[in-house]
Design a protein around this ligand. Structure first.
Ligand code: DGL
Length: 294
């Protein structure tokens, strides 16, 4: 039987779960490694060289596990070092970019672009904006990604007016994958449509990783036939989805997801819970279990 294709997804924390969710809708029979570099988060206020080192070591971890492609599910990491990482690794490295073009194509003229401080200061981001025609207001909330991370770990929901500028916009670009987790709330806050790059990143990942192999993707299941969502294989006692989340098994992804953690292992389970709740919010059939992302 064909080897299970392995895909790496990297973010500083929960933001990349949105990309993972989109990818699961496209792939079948793939193994996803999700690496949340919580130990070094937030990436959005990190100096460039340090951030590059973090991304490099995350991708090396994926390389050791034999991934056929990896996504930087992080606008900041993409803006700072996507090109450099592409030169260093043999597998395709897919980036996530602020969805400015989709906002413009949707007819938005007065657009708020929310990014992290580090993304805002990159040449790549400036070039992205320069390619589009529109009236763009760029704003980089210094603490919103961390507040969303804390919310995912069980803290209070962020008060958006503490983090976001007032104003009237006809579209809002969520140029940080963390912000996309609060997409509905941000859309309500501005009474405007929001745009994120998650779907585009997942499609590109599928096009690169799945090329020629999509037909060979196969579902791999746990002992009881449910898709496996476990811990990394260096950790003992990986459990199947049904063992850990008995009520959620109807969320069949046909893929395997393995969460990798940096040394701060304090909230391993929070990632899995965040992820499932996020998936539930998008799936009407099981939406009754959870209404919000977290
Ligand atoms: N989620 C990341 C992004 O898309 C960064 C969040 C952080 O600051 O750690 O930019």
């Amino acid at each position: 039987m064909a080897e299970m294709p392995c895909i790496g997804i990297l973010d500083s924390g929960v933001g990349g779960l949105g990309v993972l969710g989109e990818a699961l809708r496209l792939f079948s029979g793939a193994r996803f490694y999700y690496f949340a570099d919580r130990e070094h988060a937030p990436y959005g206020s990190m100096v460039e060289n340090e951030l590059k080192r973090c991304v490099l070591s995350g991708l090396e971890m994926f390389e050791k596990r034999g991934v056929c492609a990896a996504a930087l599910a992080c606008n900041t990491a993409t803006a700072v070092c996507a090109e450099e990482m592409r030169r260093r690794f043999a597998f395709p490295v897919i980036g996530t970019e602020p969805a400015v073009r989709p906002a413009v194509r949707a007819g938005c003229k007065n657009v708020l672009v929310l990014v992290t401080p580090r993304t805002r200061d990159t040449a790549r981001f400036r070039a992205l904006l320069a390619r589009e025609r529109g009236n763009f207001t760029v704003f980089a909330p210094p603490r919103l990604a961390s507040a969303i991370e804390a919310y995912a770990a069980g803290g209070p929901p962020p008060t958006l007016s503490d983090h976001l500028p007032a104003g009237r916009f006809d579209g809002v670009v969520l140029g940080c994958t963390h912000y996309a987790l609060l997409g509905e709330e941000i859309s309500r806050f501005y009474s405007a449509p929001v745009f994120d790059g998650n779907g585009g990143t997942a499609r590109r990942l599928y096009a690169c990783a799945g090329r020629g192999a999509a037909g060979a993707f196969r579902a791999d299941t746990g002992r009881d036939g449910s898709p496996r969502v476990g811990m990394d294989d260096h950790q003992k006692g990986a459990v199947t989805t049904s063992e850990r989340f008995p009520s959620l098994c109807e969320l069949s992804t046909k893929n395997e997801i393995i969460f990798l953690y940096s040394t701060k292992n304090d909230s391993k389970i929070c990632y899995e819970q965040t992820f499932f709740k996020q998936m539930m919010a998008k799936n009407a059939a099981i939406g009754r279990i959870g209404e919000k992302f977290f």
